[in-house]
Design a protein around this ligand. Structure first.
Ligand code: NAD
Ligand code: ZN
Length: 229
């Protein structure tokens, strides 16, 4: 198979101690998702939103990639033409594992940008708190992340990659944000790995389903990939 896509979500980073999105109460690190990361939150709860992402960015410094990130990056290094990594995650754990080619659908936590979409200011600030004003135009700056119900410019590229995918491997996503049926639609072979079934994902559509921790499943997935590549 020529094109193999790893499509990942918060679950792949859970064993690196980054909390997944939808805890039982729809809270992310004890914050209401609606209040701190939905479209309009910068107008309504600006300070809370900025603080929330500042905290996540600072704590990201010490988070390490796990076996699942490492194995996927190893495969991508071995087969750079064939392995594509797409993630909904805003963390940098694939990059810390050595990846240089990851499509981040929902932005990147260490980056900030100008709130004015006509101004192209964007900067990687590492694991620090962001400042307040754009050094170019003086507008507010904001984290370079996609809030709920905001446009996600990277989706066009994602569908382009998925259209040509022979195998798609889903790891650690509830499928609440992106329609997983569509994600695997063009693939001849598909694999699902989550902790448990999700009401948004029809696991009958997959050729192989593994419920369990990504770090304990990844070697089985890697074997299938290596056999078919
Ligand atoms: P989600 O929280 O909705 O679902 C997590 C999924 O991962 C669940 O299906 C669960 O069964 C599975 N899972 C949990 N632990 C796992 C493990 N150890 N191994 C395998 N699977 C495991 O996650 P989502 O669908 O990615 O949510 C979408 C949004 O959350 C994204 O838009 C993303 O930007 C945001 N988010 C990102 C991060 C991050 O960057 N690490 C963290 C939290 C939320
Ligand atoms: Zn600006």
């Amino acid at each position: 198979m020529k094109n193999i896509v790893f499509f990942t979500g918060a679950g792949i980073s859970a064993e690196s101690e980054i909390k997944t999105f939808r805890g039982k109460n729809g809270l992310w690190e004890n914050y209401s998702i609606k209040e701190i990361c939905s479209v309009g939150c910068l107008d309504k709860n600006r300070d809370q939103t900025i603080n929330f992402y500042d905290e996540r960015r600072i704590e990201l410094k010490d988070k390490r990639p796990n076996m699942a990130h490492n194995k996927i990056v190893e495969l991508q290094k071995k087969y750079p033409q064939n392995i594509h990594i797409i993630t909904q995650n805003i963390d940098d754990l694939f990059e810390k594992a050595g990846a240089t080619d990851v499509l981040h659908l929902h932005g990147f936590l260490t980056e900030i940008k100008c709130e004015d979409t006509n101004c192209h200011f964007k900067r990687d600030i590492g694991y620090n708190k962001q400042g307040l004003d754009c050094p170019i135009c003086g507008e507010y700056i904001r984290p370079n992340v996609v809030f709920f119900n905001e446009q996600a410019p990277a989706y066009a590229k994602m569908w382009g990659i998925l259209k040509n995918a022979d195998m798609v491997i889903i790891i650690g996503t509830s499928g609440e944000v992106i329609n997983i049926t569509q994600v695997i639609e063009s693939a001849k072979y598909s694999i699902l790995n989550n902790l448990e079934p999700s009401e948004n994902i029809n696991d009958d559509l997959f050729d192989k389903v593994f419920y369990g921790r990504a770090t304990s499943i990844i070697n089985k997935i890697a074997l299938i990939v290596e056999k078919n590549i």
